[in-house]
Design a protein around this ligand. Structure first.
Ligand code: SAH
Length: 231
């Protein structure tokens, strides 16, 4: 799959996208992520992409032309399944949306800044508006990073063990079971025991461990997120 991110702050995204699992996914050729500097599409001699809002409101608004030029250029090169605008009033991003988007071939994510973008862009070019939560950020870059991370990690092959993304939180509307690693018994810095790992996990009995995992998932979901069980 291919993700094109349009931003006025490409350097904010580049470090994040090129490290760790996302970086490796690109090197392995499993995903292509391209970051476009919106200022490259400005026709203004100072590379401006924003202007005062009509109506005398405070702040600045991102203008139609640079965004139109950038998205038109991308659309002339390939078909896009979704052109997403990150926006606090958009549909709430969640695991099912990440799953759906991870099956797409090509998507664009447009990051807003300042007071947002000229509303006509949303009407003419955007096919989906997505919020990462009910709070307001200074720009859409963190939202684009969050979405890209969640989408790319479930593209087949990106996480080593194919199974490992399937038992994460929110797949099947369940929270994940607790995980333990070595040592079996840990004594804290203060000298007190932190208890030992559940015996069943040391048994090597695959079916029983699976049963334990499901029971733990259900119990944690019932306690912490009962709303998920109603879905
Ligand atoms: N005036 C706008 C907020 C602008 S914030 C309003 O009240 O709706 C600047 C930019 O940050 C937005 O254009 C959007 O792209 C991004 N942004 C802010 N909060 C966000 C959120 N919760 N989810 C996704 N993007 C967000």
């Amino acid at each position: 799959m291919r993700i094109d991110i349009i931003t006025v702050l490409p350097e904010l995204l580049e470090g994040f996208l090129n490290e760790s699992i996302l970086g490796r996914a690109q090197k392995k050729g499993l995903v292509e992520i391209h970051v476009h500097n919106l200022r490259d599409y400005s026709t203004n001699r100072w590379r401006r992409v924003d202007d005062y809002p009509f109506g005398g409101f405070a702040g600045m608004v991102m203008q139609c032309e640079p965004i139109d030029r950038c998205i038109s250029q991308l659309k002339s090169e390939r078909h896009y399944d979704e052109i997403i605008y990150t926006s606090p009033d958009g549909e709430q991003f969640d695991q099912p949306m990440a799953n759906t988007l991870s099956l797409k071939e090509n998507i664009i994510i447009l990051c807003g800044h300042y007071k947002g973008i000229d509303h006509r862009i949303r009407e003419q070019l955007i096919t989906k508006e997505v919020s990462i939560g009910d709070y307001v950020l200074t720009g859409g870059e963190l939202a684009a990073a969050v979405m890209t991370d969640a989408i790319v990690r479930i593209v087949p092959g990106v996480i080593g063990d194919e199974q490992s993304a399937l038992n994460d939180c929110f797949q099947d509307n369940l929270l994940a079971a607790p995980m333990y690693s070595r040592p079996k018994e840990y004594v804290g810095v203060d000298g007190k025991s932190w208890g030992s790992v559940p015996e069943i996990l040391l048994s090597g009995h695959e079916a029983k461990i699976k049963e334990w995992e499901i029971a733990q998932s259900l119990e944690r979901t019932r306690q912490l997120r009962p709303d998920l069980l109603e879905k």
